[in-house]
Ligand binder design. Sequence first.
Ligand code: CAA
Ligand code: NAD
Length: 296
Amino acid sequence: MAEIQKVGVVGVGLMGSGIAQVSASAGLETVVREVDRELLDAGVASIRRVLERSVQKERISGEQRDATLGRVTATLDLEPLAECDLIIEAIVEDLGAKNELFGALDGLAPERTIFASNTSSLTITEMAANTERADRFVGLHFFNPVPVMPLVEVVRTGATSDETLQAAMEFVKAIGKTPIVCRDNSGFIVNRLLVPYMLDAMRAYESGVGSIEDIDTGMRLGCGYPMGPFTLSDFVGNDTLYRITEIMFNEYREPRFAPPSLLRRMYLAGYHGRKVGRGFYDYSGDEPVVSDFVKR
Ligand code: CAA
Ligand code: NAD
């Protein structure tokens, strides 16, 4: 199988912008696609911000920043993705939306193009089965924040070919990340363990074990986690986490994957976390403080 030289990233939100940045920084031509101009511009601005920080820290030069940005092509159309060797989907965690996208791409992209999903909780099989290229379909599950987190889970289904798996592993190494191979089950390795932990923290809070701040401090200082579970949930996005729990609960039918009622209410009320400025914490001041919504 030919080497991956041109990468498509669909969705330039929290994850897609990071994936596009690491791809372009590794020297690969990278096409990013969004649904509207404002979101597309915001995604590219976020890539520029991260590169700018690297220039300030003297990790890269201004020329390298410009060359990296020069490798990013931003588009609202699907057609430019058809020239890519690998297309990574990073849109909303919704099977219908993902299948609609992959269905359209399947008709456009040449045979050689590998499809990958960055899904957190859907199985790769349920997307691959809706295309004519199940053998050229993998999961590439990145972690947030993508520029910092070294891991990528490479997910193989029963239909993924050896060549596709090999090409995906090589791509992950080429962008400076560490791949681990996972079988195709909901949540793969990391989220299967991490999601119930975050949900348990919410249930512990609901049952009065301690305050939001104390549970976060407990896990940070007691276990050395970089963020407590509520800070992490706000960081992942409470909307995304809520969708993940619905999918994982539906798959496994185990109470530990069920969304706690607090998470559901936060999702419904728009307390989607750091990206919107409010979640378990309110981020509008100098320091985050616990949201009134959670306390009431
Ligand atoms: N983009 C790019 N770089 C970022 C960044 C971002 N969004 N956020 C932080 N950084 C960089 C900073 O620039 C800094 O770089 P240098 O060390 O080179 O100066 C470095 O990361 C450390 O940042 P800070 O000093 O500001 O803050 P920190 O030490 O608290 O680290 C963190 C920030 C790396 C995010 C750390 O808090 C952390 O590791 N948190 C846990 C993250 C985690 O668990 N992610 C997985 C989420 S689950 C998931 O992704 C899967 C899923 O499907 C839901
Ligand atoms: P996000 O809401 O920040 O970004 C999703 C983006 O996709 C939005 O900007 C949206 O406009 C865009 N989009 C939706 N449909 C589109 C389409 N058809 N074409 C192009 N763009 C489209 O979400 P996110 O947190 O970046 O999550 C994206 C995916 O990555 C989800 O599947 C999520 O489960 C997964 N993921 C998230 C995290 C995390 O920590 N947030 C970590 C790993 C994986």
